[in-house]
Design a protein around this ligand. Sequence first.
Ligand code: GAP
Length: 451
Amino acid sequence: MASKADVMDRIVALCKRRGFIFQSSEIYGGIGGFWDYGPLGTELKRNVKDAWWNDMVRNPPAGPEGREFQMVGIDCAIIMNPKVWVASGHVGGFNDPMVDCKCCKGRFRADQLNETPCPKKPSKMAGQHSECQLTEPRAFNLMFESHAGAVRDDAAKVYLRPETAQGIFVNFRNVTDSTRVKLPLGICQQGKSFRNEINPRNYTFRSREFEQYEIEFFCHPSEAPMWYEFWRDVRHRWYVGLGLRSEKLRLREHDKEELAHYAASCADVEYDFPFGLSELEGIANRTDFDLKAHMEHSGKDLTWFDDQRKERFVPYVIEPSGGIDRSVLAFITEAYTVDENRASPEYMKFHPRLAPIKAAVFPLVAKDGLPEIAEPIVQALQKHYPCQYDAKQSIGKRYARMDEAGTPFCFTIDGQTKEDGTVTVRNRDDASQIRIDRSRCLEYLRDQLHI
Ligand code: GAP
């Protein structure tokens, strides 16, 4: 049986070979902590983001105890007024402890030394080789800096946002004033975040540029515990519903000592990657910490008046904050399946909603009038689902290609199609085949995909 490290290496190799994920600027030697998505990866990531947007923003689950709530979207700038990051605490405290090695000149996260190989002797961990000379840890701020405008002085200094959340907090008033929403209210955002991680690691898991999906859910302070439990469970179930096996997922409540100073409670959704159980998403009760901090620093009123309670208060916030790239990596890891008895010993068992290509259409041979039957079928399907046409190489190789891409169904047009109008449908997961009338391809896909 392959070791966990081998499994990870094979996943990385398949992702590159099939165009899911590439190293960024690879032809120049790459750049640590940055990744590009290829054609299949781009479709997969888009499906993950669309599933989240659909299931959280457009069609959220029913509230607890029949409670109603509203969800709206927002799309904020990556670069914001730097005062935002002073108020949020990121300028003062968004640090990781860093040590330098005077021997190899490497820089390491002081709290991850036992997971970071020594650059001079990779069989040992940083600090464990006899020549290592580590300095005392010091705080390293993770925010990327730039300058806005033509003058590159301190007054023009700006930051690339390290989280999408603050854009939501500072727009709380704008959203509530410009729409007819009422609390409880979730404001949702997907987008890029940037953190100058000291040691990016584990493929795309810890990157320097990544995407987040975040909900800031504003509610009355007395209801925050109820909404916290609701969102924690909704978010956990969402991952299971998209195919992450529940025994590989863990919902871990933080101990009191582990809680951030502003959080009343927090839980992590963790996935058992080949490199160990690691966080996909955190769900936190952030109390009124953020709105109060922005009220103090901006001087603006971010309170809410509740018509029914006849009460003005600073809303509490429940924050489900997930990493899109980490979710994509978890879905890839879960989908990766090895079966030596198949033409494609490695294949991707994506949930149908996430599969980059939903179906492929093949003429058994590229002659005898079969392409003429196959092409209109794929054209009709493509109007509804991303589908591919492939007429090259043996049918076994074509199935194998689609299995590696994670395509749930393949329709094959053969000699019998000309006689009785039926085509074969092959199921990716068990390689079983049945025949259906060629006029039923779209209906069949709809029934099977449920989307
Ligand atoms: N607004 C709260 C917040 O940003 P976080 O735990 O720092 O909380 C939320 O980040 C999520 O963003 C994490 O659970 C993780 O999925 C993702 N994330 C954080 N840092 C990341 C990195 N360096 N690379 C990839 N994803 C990251």
